[in-house]
Design a binder for this molecule. Structure first.
Ligand code: AMP
Length: 116
């Protein structure tokens, strides 16, 4: 269920250090190494899944858990009321650079729309 060559699998396993914010049985949340906002947290499943295209209906609870974690962390980071954005990049054309699915939780500044 993990990929030996995957950076985020290594972070989830504790083999590579990260600034862990919160963990659950099925997910780990840590601060992005190159933050794009005052709060920039990544929420990843412990299970290796390369892209959103690889997810079937059997993973609905897993995906929902990532977003519920984002909501909880937003509240704990103090950005729930001011506003935050969750981003899920799929494949290189959308900006995905790490092929282990993750939710970006961004907040603490005003966000433009449309995104770049
Ligand atoms: P994406 O481009 O959507 O695949 O997002 C991958 C994110 O992972 C980027 O925002 C990177 O800055 C972040 N990232 C890459 N390596 C690390 C790392 N070792 N620790 C924390 N965040 C990382």
């Amino acid at each position: 269920m993990s990929d030996a060559d995957c950076l985020f699998c290594k972070i989830a396993a504790g083999a590579i250090p990260a600034d862990i914010v919160k963990q659950g049985p099925d997910w780990v949340a840590f601060r992005d190494i190159s933050p794009q906002a005052p709060t920039h947290v990544l929420i990843i499943p412990r299970q290796h899944i390369a892209t959103l295209n690889d997810v079937g209906p059997e993973k609905a609870d897993l995906l929902g858990g990532l977003f519920l974690a984002a909501k909880e962390i937003a509240a704990e980071e103090g950005i729930a009321e001011s506003g935050y954005r969750t981003v899920f990049n799929c494949n290189a054309g959308a900006g995905q650079s790490v092929f282990h699915i993750h939710v970006h939780l961004l907040g603490g500044r005003d966000m433009g729309w449309p995104p770049g």
